[in-house]
Design a protein around this ligand. Structure first.
Ligand SMILES: [Zn+2]
Length: 386
């Protein structure tokens, strides 16, 4: 155990009042970076209805877009990861054809760009979209085409977004090596990494060691959903057996952190390793509250981990199921944790540093897009007549 006292750092004071009001409109304008967002968790409710209609899918609970949106957030908010995952049966069912995948990926890029996201990594599991005859390669090409179209439309509307995708393998299935090979095959066309997702308990990441070892030999990047429903062993395996570059959620790393009454904090060896090695944590507050991994946004471990300066990033996970956006996540964190512009800049820079695209591109987005915007807003409005 390593003990240390938490002290504010001179370059990043916590909870300082913003010079420009930090409200929904201004946060939407801010350049934001998103590393953890599921394609099949971010459809527009109206699109789900239209795709269901054209595919002859009759199992949706309602035909009203507003009511359908509410149904998704309510079902996902029931408190169990199992029910949360059930909502995906509907979105995956309507994503079995090429035109559906192109449309949903294009709308995803447009929606994120309209929300002020300048860089996003969006993930999905190709193996879930082959029920009506598409091959894995066709699925990947359809989604890449959709992202290209959506980014073009967003640029036409004055919003620039760079979007990459992560291919996910399902932890309960046995196709991870095949999906890893698919990710490597499309690495020069917009696939920037790999992930495994699905129920954590009973399906440890080491089940997929072959895929991870292959990716490492290919100098490829991957993240692993770990430490959400399951605790430290899952995080430890993801890092020390599988070699994950980032952790999806990772909230349970707090099981290895003790806060003492005198204000000192003790980190266990695993927590210290995660912090020392700057392992990025892809935190998704609303989703974690919905699945019971955190009690509330106010009590979310993101507060402690940010104070301890872990490499924290803020993400949406599933925008449809959580009824959230990058803007709403950040506004809600700002309200509950008293974050100001400097904190939001820190989250954006952390995420950009942790992205799976090349160093030069990351640096350019940090220095040419993110930092100038925050420098201007943190300086406040120019006084009249000055
Ligand atoms: Zn996720």
């Amino acid at each position: 155990m390593t003990a240390f006292t938490v002290e504010p750092t001179p370059d990043r004071a916590i909870g300082t009042g913003p010079p420009r009001p930090l409200d929904t409109l201004s946060v939407r304008d801010a350049p934001k970076v998103l590393l953890h967002d599921h394609l099949d968790g971010g459809l527009r409710p109206g699109t789900v209805l239209e795709l269901a209609e054209s595919a002859g899918y009759r199992r949706l609970p309602t035909t009203d877009p507003g009511a359908l949106g509410e149904w998704f957030t309510t079902a996902a908010g029931s408190g169990s990861l199992k029910r949360y995952l059930e909502t995906f049966a509907h979105t995956v069912a309507v994503l079995q054809r090429r035109e559906a995948l192109v449309r949903v990926a294009a709308e995803c890029a447009e929606d994120l760009a309209a929300d002020g996201v300048v860089y996003a990594e969006v993930r999905y599991a190709p193996e879930l979209h082959v029920e009506q005859g598409l091959g894995l390669d066709e699925v990947v090409e359809a989604v890449l085409e959709g992202f290209r179209l959506g980014a073009e439309r967003a640029a036409g509307a004055g919003r620039r977004i760079r979007i990459g995708c992560l291919l996910t393998a399902m932890r309960h299935a046995a196709r991870s090596r095949e999906i890893a090979e698919l990710a490597v095959r499309y690495r020069d066309d917009g696939v920037v990494g790999f992930d495994i997702a699905g129920a954590e308990a009973g399906f440890p990441p080491t089940r997929h060691l072959d895929a991870f070892e292959y990716l490492r030999r290919e100098n490829s990047h991957f993240t692993i959903h770990a430490g959400e429903a399951f605790g430290l062993p899952s995080i430890w395996e993801a890092l020390q057996w599988c070699g994950a570059d980032r952790l999806g959620h990772g909230v349970r790393i707090t099981d290895d952190i003790k806060e003492l009454d005198d204000g000192t904090v003790r980190l266990g060896r695993l927590a210290a390793y995660v912090r020392d090695k700057r392992i990025p944590l892809e935190m998704c507050p609303t989703s974690n509250v919905q699945t019971g991994a955190a009690r509330s946004t106010a009590e979310h471990p993101i507060g402690l981990l940010t104070r301890l300066r872990f490499r924290v990033t803020v993400n949406t996970d599933n925008r449809l199921m959580s009824g959230c956006s990058m803007t709403s996540e950040l506004v809600s964190l700002a309200e509950t944790h008293r974050y100001g512009w400097a904190d939001l800049r820190w989250f954006a820079v952390n995420a950009m540093k942790s992205a799976f695209i090349g160093f030069d591109e990351r640096l350019s987005l940090i220095n040419d897009v993110i930092k100038p915007w925050y420098a201007a807003v943190e300086a406040g409005p120019v006084p009249a007549g000055g």
